[in-house]
Write a protein that binds this ligand. Structure first.
Ligand code: ADP
Ligand code: MG
Length: 703
């Protein structure tokens, strides 16, 4: 027998999960809590003390000394404030304690979290409230520091959401309510919840820790702001799915173990397209858990990498000229009985319901394409979307040829071909029909049907997936609401279903595109179809505050007008500040690293020219080189001055809006111009004089 704990022993060992609860809670308390979790009810305050105490005992038994409410402020990162269990009794004796009140609600000082004007600083208090549908767990830093983490929502004194989780939970409620109406029409009156599920695939880069330490740009901005292309990039396609290097595999093994302990079903690991780029994917789960777990995945990637002398880069575009990273957000809806609504069923009846779900998606994605685009916007993703390596910035749906054919035929003739038991026939009798979840793939689509789920491929690698799932759930809730109302009032459900498909196809069919999303023709074609093509974050995020969007979010009680406005403000500020940090970093590196290196080289060259001349030798080659270097240097100095000037102008703007626009229109191009000079110099200067690791160092060091 192996002395190592098995995967099954490890799995969930740091989670206050169902088994632990059953074991440690009195029967009645367990039942009541379970009901709360399964049905999303409010927790009975009478059981809170018992649950809290059991949780504390378990955590202390596992070696934890502290507890914290963890939440996702609008920064998109995870926030935590630790308190020791240690507490003093009235008689002065010390004890370990977690009360029901402490479990259910916390009051962290909210004044330093961005709120986009929601919370005036004089009312700095924010409240965290336990989200018992996402289990508590123990975070272990590997040095025996263990903390009990309690997932929470975070809101202001007046109840406005200051976080990403609250709107997400509200959107899950909204889509559940409307989807239940749909399944009821088709005979399912037993289900009491429809759950949105997500499986997020996470891409990332790994680089050597020493190289990272020697690059200020990576440390401040997460991406290289300079760097000439490496002689070898990704052109050989020899990284994708390649054999995983030992050092990386050692990291991945350790990383998987940490995730398994946290009850995260890390399942798939592989090399990605760019050198030193990788991907992990868990098994899908309830959306709010998938969101919480993805935050942990990002944290563990970074922590575990350090233990292996590596640094994990989560930025969307760490290296120019190479593929960047994203998250593929696989999304679906299923009843609490486990019936997937985004899957073709066994009977024509099931398929009618499935076609209603497709119609809802076609309509919602077309009507709210701008919102979906906005849900993936950040400064890093501006380098990817539309850059022929990631989805285009234009939203469309890939349905696959078979499904499109069926939808089109219904739209044209009203005839449903859904009585075919399987959608994909191979036309060869000896072969079984293709399993339905194996539809043809299209890697260039931002929103692709993949047999039993939709894959939203635009999500940024570094950001929380709460935003895109909140949008997705809400827009689908709206479309399902409309469809359910029509069907509930119809005398002939089948005839009405056909009409619904026809309306979806006739009014919104333009959103379906099965071709190459990277091609120039698609950009033109999409423009003809009137589909929005939103090229940057500043324009994109404003979609949250159009009249149409505000009405949508208010109707389904997901975000109020002021909550939406606050989010746009925070997103714009974040965008502007990120580019400002990049600009300040560029200025710093050019001033203190690149220019001094170039001056050293010009001095060496000048000295050589003088020596050659006094020896009577030919110095023309050295002189030519000196003048080339001097030219680039002088251009760099001019561009540096310009960058400094526009960076100052941008900072003098007076609103999040104008700040973001100035960063986009003035600072960003000025940085790009300066980069050209520096990258040109990198190809001329001796490697020994170049002050920072090169692209080849960064990308091909790990072996
Ligand atoms: P790909 O071939 O797209 O790279 P992966 O296997 O890497 O596929 O990832 C697919 C993801 O989709 C996994 O996380 C998987 O658990 C998830 N998934 C599968 N079924 C569903 C579903 N019904 N709802 C949400 N996600 C799902
Ligand atoms: Mg994958």
């Amino acid at each position: 027998m192996s002395s190592e704990p098995s995967v099954l022993e490890l799995f969930g060992s740091n989670v206050f999960n169902d088994t632990v609860m059953k074991e440690r809670l009195p029967k009645g308390v367990y039942k009541s809590l379970k009901k709360t979790i399964d049905q999303g009810h409010k927790i009975d305050p009478n059981i809170a003390d018992v649950v809290a105490n059991a949780m504390k005992d378990w955590a202390v038994f596992k070696g934890a000394t502290h507890f914290t409410h963890i939440f996702q402020p609008l920064t998109g990162k995870t926030a935590e404030k630790h308190d020791a269990f240690l507490s003093q009794a009235r008689d002065g004796s010390m004890m370990l304690e977690l009360t029901g009140a402490q479990l259910i609600q916390g009051e962290p000082d909210a004044s330093s979290f961005p709120s986009g004007g929601l919370r005036a600083t004089f009312e700095a208090r924010g409240y965290t409230a336990w989200d018992c549908t996402s289990p508590a767990f123990i975070k272990d830093d590997g040095n025996n520091n263990k903390t009990l983490c309690i997932p929470t929502a975070f809101c202001s004194y007046t109840g406005e959401a200051l976080d990403k989780k609250t709107p997400l939970l509200r959107s899950m409620e909204a889509v559940s309510k409307q989807a239940l109406r749909l399944v009821a029409v088709f005979g399912d009156t037993k289900s009491n919840r429809v759950i949105s599920t997500v499986g997020p695939e996470q891409e990332y880069f790994l680089i050597d820790r020493k190289d990272y330490d020697n690059r200020l740009d990576l440390r401040t901005s997460g991406r290289t702001l300079f760097g000439a292309p490496s002689p070898k990039g990704q052109e050989l396609d020899d990284q994708y799915f390649g054999s995983i290097k030992d050092k990386v595999l050692a990291f991945m093994a350790n990383f998987d173990e940490e995730l398994w302990k946290l009850g995260i079903t890390s399942k798939t690991r592989h090399n990605e397209v760019a050198p030193s780029q990788f991907e992990m994917a868990p098994i899908f789960t309830t959306t709010n858990m998938a969101v919480d777990q993805n935050q942990l995945v990002m944290e563990m990637l970074q922590k575990v990498a350090l233990r292996h002398g590596l640094v994990c880069l989560l930025h969307e575009k760490p290296f120019a000229g190479l593929n960047g990273s994203g998250k593929h957000n696989n999304w679906s809806l299923s009843t609490n009985e486990g019936i997937n609504l985004v899957e073709p069923g066994e009977t024509p009846h099931d398929n009618e319901q499935f076609l209603m779900v497709l119609s809802a998606l076609i309509k919602s994605v077309d009507v709210h394409a701008d919102l979906l685009r906005a849900s993936a916007a950040n400064s890093g993703n501006d380098h990817r979307l539309g850059a022929n390596e990631a989805p285009p910035a234009i939203i469309s749906i890939f349905m696959g040829t078979e499904l499109t054919r069926i939808l089109e035929s219904i739209a044209k003739s009203g005839k449903s071909t859904t009585s075919d038991p399987d959608f994909v026939r191979l036309g060869v009798d000896s072969l079984p029909p293709l399993p339905k979840d194996n539809t043809d793939r299209n890697r260039t689509s931002p929103f692709a049907f993949t047999g039993n789920k939709f894959e939203f491929r635009m999500a940024p690698s570094s950001a929380s997936i709460a935003r895109c799932n909140t949008v997705l759930n809400t827009i689908v809730a709206e479309a399902l609401d409309e469809i359910a109302t029509r069907l509930e009032n119809a005398s002939d459900v089948s005839a009405e279903s056909t009409q619904i498909v026809q309306d979806a196809m006739n009014n919104h069919g333009r959103i379906i595109f099965n071709g190459d999303g990277y091609s120039e023709e698609w950009v033109e074609e999409a423009a003809k179809r009137g589909l929005p093509n939103i090229g940057n974050t500043v324009d994109a995020v404003k979609s949250f505050t159009t009249e149409k969007s505000i009405a949508l979010f208010e109707k389904y009680e997901v975000l109020s007008k002021s909550e939406n406005e606050s989010r746009v403000e925070v997103l714009l500020e974040q965008y502007a500040m990120e580019i400002n940090i990049e600009a300040q970093t560029s200025i710093n590196m050019v001033n203190t690293q690149y220019i001094p290196a170039v001056i050293t080289f010009t001095k060496e060259l000048a000295d050589t020219v003088n020596s050659l001349k006094s020896a009577g030798a030919d110095s023309s080659v050295q002189e030519a080189l000196l003048s080339t270097v001097n030219e680039s240097l002088s251009s760099a100095v001019t561009n540096l001055a310009k960058l400094k000037e526009v960076a100052k102008t941008a900072q003098e703007t007076d609103s999040a809006d104008t700040f973001a626009e100035a960063e986009r229109d003035l600072v960003f191009p000025a940085m790009a111009a300066l980069r050209i000079d520096i990258d040109a110099l990198e190809t001329i200067l001796p490697k020994t004089l170049w002050p920072v690791p090169s692209y080849s160092d960064l990308l091909f060091r790990i072996n």
